[in-house]
Design a binder for this molecule. Structure first.
Ligand code: GRF
Length: 203
């Protein structure tokens, strides 16, 4: 399965996916990295790993539809089957999300459905939860609301700080995303009628 990773920043989750996909038995190949920000640090890491890495600068397009069309053209040219969002900070048009329904994953730094949006570690501390974590989900038009493929939890420590909590969560992100991608790319988890069907659910 041919996978593209979309980033906007440092790309540490992207690196974890690229490294996992190097294993000979991994069911996906990372064929393209795209960033909407030319200055994203992750682009250099991808290029260093030998993955074609390009910026599609959203500021160069008049509206979201034109930007999404440019992304779509890149993805089609690379014959991409599956898209992984990894710190990608742009909202898509519903048409783009629809085109990739069941074929686009995102990682979010909270135990969804808690704490959608940004500043999730601050949100978790403000809510006083004792468990926090990360989620890989299929992307649907509503932000951070798609069917869940996999989650990992970490404890919230007494006196915790958002930076310390984020550092604890990202370690789990780097384990979780490759595992979730392997499930989906290997056909062991798929989107069916709005929910995730796992291989074990099939009689
Ligand atoms: C991660 O915490 C991810 O869950 C969130 O944005 C952050 C991206 O970090 N969506 P990185 O660019 O993968 O290092």
């Amino acid at each position: 399965m041919r996978v593209a990773i979309l980033i906007s920043g440092r790309g540490s989750n992207m690196v974890s996916l690229i490294e996992a996909a190097r294993a000979p038995d991994f069911p996906a190949e990372i064929v393209l990295v795209l960033s909407n920000r030319p200055e994203a640090g992750g682009l250099a890491h991808a290029a260093a790993a030998g993955i074609p890495a390009r910026a599609v600068d959203h500021r160069a397009y008049p509206d979201r539809a034109a930007f999404d069309a440019a992304l779509q053209a890149e993805l089609e040219a690379a014959r991409v089957d599956l898209v992984c969002l990894a710190g990608f900070m742009r909202i898509f048009t519903p048409g783009f999300v629809e085109a990739w329904a069941g074929r686009m994953l995102n990682i979010h730094p909270s135990l969804l459905p808690l704490f959608r949006g940004t500043h999730t570690h601050e949100q978790a501390l403000a809510a006083g939860v004792r468990l926090h974590g990360c989620t890989v989900h299929f992307v649907v038009p509503e932000l951070d609301a798609g069917p869940i493929v996999a989650q990992a939890a970490v404890p919230v420590m007494p006196g915790d700080h958002p930076v310390a909590l984020a550092a604890r969560v990202i370690v789990e992100e780097h384990r979780l995303y490759p595992a979730a991608l392997a499930l989906v790319a290997g056909g062991r988890a798929r989107l069916a009628e709005g929910r995730v069907m796992f291989a074990a659910d099939v009689p």
